[in-house]
Structures are given as C-alpha cells and as structure tokens.
Design a protein around this ligand. Sequence first.
Ligand code: SF4
Length: 408
Amino acid sequence: IPLEGPQAGPLERRRTIGVDVGGVIVGGGAPVVVQSMTNTDTADVDATVAQVAALSRAGSEIVRITVDRDESAAAVPKVRERLERLGLDVPLVGDFHYIGHKLLADHPACAEALAKYRINPGNVGFKSKKDAQFGAIIEMAIKYQKPVRIGVNWGSLDQELLTRLMDANNDLPNPRSARAVTREAIIQSALMSAELAESIGLARNRILLSAKVSNVQDLIAVYRDLAGRTDHALHLGLTEAGMGSKGIVASSAAMGILLQEGIGDTIRVSLTPEPGGDRTREVQVAQELLQTMGFRQFLPVVAACPGCGRTTSTVFQELAEKIQGDIRRNMPVWREKYPGVEALNVAVMGCIVNGPGESKHADIGISLPGTGESPAAPIFIDGQKAGTLRGPNIAADFEVMVADYIEK
Ligand code: SF4
C-alpha cells in the first residue's frame, strides 16, 4: 500500500467562484468558512445580540438570523449596531422564506445591514407564479450589492419542478427511482434558480448554492453531482442532522467525505440543541471537523488515549480535561501573543504501552503511570524525552510545562 500518492490526502479543492460575504471570502480557494445560525426570535434584539455574540466568539465566521416578519426585519439594523458596539463585525445573513421580497422592500435598513440574503427557491419559486418574488429579492440584492445563497432544502422542495421531473421520468422506458428523481430536482432547483438570478443581473460572484438533505448518502450524492455541474461556491450542511452524537456523527460523516473530495466552501453543522442547550456546540463541532481533517487550525489539539484496565485511576482523564480547559480559557490571549499556537499538539496518555510513542508524535506529551507502573511520568518535547515528573503535583507541573512550551 503506497504511503504517498493520490490516496494519501484530500483531493484538490474544487475551483469555485469566490464570494465576498461582508468581508469573509467564501470559495475561490479561501479556507473553508465556519458558519452557524441563531435560534432566537430576531425581533428580540437582546437575545439575538447575545447569541450572535456567543456564536461569533466561539468562532462562527458568518451568522445567519431568521427574518420572518416585519418585527424581525425592523430589529436587524439594531442587532447590527449593537454588535458593532461590542466590537463584533461578524457578517449577518438574513434567512428569508415566503415573504422575503416584501420584507426587504419594506425595510431598507434591514436590506443594508445584512451581508447576504438566503432565499429558498422552494417557497419563493421558480417557473411559477412566485417567479416575481424570487426576482424581487434578486433585484434587492443587486441594488444593495449583496450576495445571495440559493438554499434548496428537500423539506421544502419546489413541488412544481419535482412533479414535472417525476412525470417526465414516468414516461421513460426505464424510469429512474423516485429517490434519484428527487435528487435531480434538488440539483435542478439550485442550478435553474442560479441561472435565473444571473439572467436578472446578479453577478456570478454574488451567488452561493446549497442543496441540503437529511440523509447522509443522499447528501453526498447530491453535492458530488452538483459540484460537477456548477462552479458556484457551495455551502455544505446536512439539514435536520438531529440531536447529540447522532447529529455530530451524521454531519461529520457526510461533510467529511465531501470535504475530502474538495467539495464545500463553507459548512454549517445543524445540531438540534437540547432545550436551553449551548448553541455554540455546532461551531465547535464544525471547527473540530475541519481541524481533525487537517483543513484548518483553530485550537491546539489534545490527544488522549481512551484508558483501559491498565489505568484504573482517572488522573490522566482529569489532566487531559485540565489541559483542554487551559487552552480554551487562554486562547484569546495566546492567539494574540503567540501566532501559530493553534497548531500545537499535546498528548496526555494513560500508561507506557502507547504513552511514550504517542507523546513523541506530539509537540509536548506526557505518559502517566498506569496501574502497577512506577510512579513516574516521562515528558516528551519535540519528539525527545525531556524529563520525568514525579510526586503529587504531576498534573500542575505538566500544565506549567505546556504554558512554558507555548511561550518559548
Ligand atoms: Fe490503555 Fe495504556 Fe493504551 Fe491508554 S495507552 S488505552 S492506558 S494501554
């Protein structure tokens, strides 16, 4: 098995047209952008500002907010202003459905304050009586010089288009499956809407596309196909990914494969939060997905073994957690003071079986003594043994060594 060669890393990134979203470039070879969405009522300015600020501080480079009625449209410029007063310039995207054309026309300050408009051709329309509404939003985007994401979602797919493709399929001697036709309808909805937007006059570098479904295999198939048929920048996301580990695993599996194939310019991990749960979790997962695949670096990585019967104490788990906590707490300062600190790898291992080996691969690593081993913890720095910690303060001593390493 070759260790190098075409199978040894991600495929070349697909070439897309870069889009400027309020100063954040999506596509065109730019690093894959992390974005997220609020779940507050946008009309509640305090709650929305607080959540956008939290998402932005967690690392969301673009934040989408719902604009569903007059009150929320009226709140958008206030949210923008309050964020700026907090020193946060994260671009805001307005999520429009059904009446976006009307809201943008009636609220020019909202149209101006947003960095991008997201429209859903399934409920704004294509080749239907709703064409005029789609056109009206595109004209607003042209007027205010904003990019648009044409966001198709199979939960709200254009039914006229789907029916037309199903009918045509049924007339074929060998009809394709309904699932294949649905995938095709999703792709065509995105492509035809992009063509319509361009024909109205929206520049190609102001258009992004997404085609979200909630099934992993369908998502992979749809995006592979879509990527081969357009050079517009693509927003990746598994819609309705679900709660907890199911949502994380499904999103990571689907987006991981596509990113590995060079597909995807911005990602959103759509997790269903527990009631009152932390919305920033989706940002953390998106960052970890990109970092673990080697596409971007956001935070130092702590490698830790899972533990087993060779380590019956919880000392190494506690130390790994402490180091992770130190990193999260100190990163705002470290990022400023020590450029490149994001690339740091720390290993915290439970015994001598894999401990020294894994520690040698890290920038700095510790191999704690497993059950029955002599109470000594060898330290490795840049692949070389750099000493041994002993006594009751191993954890605290190692924390100091990590901080010293970063400073040096
Ligand atoms: Fe178990 Fe040691 Fe491997 Fe950790 S490094 S999983 S403690 S054998």
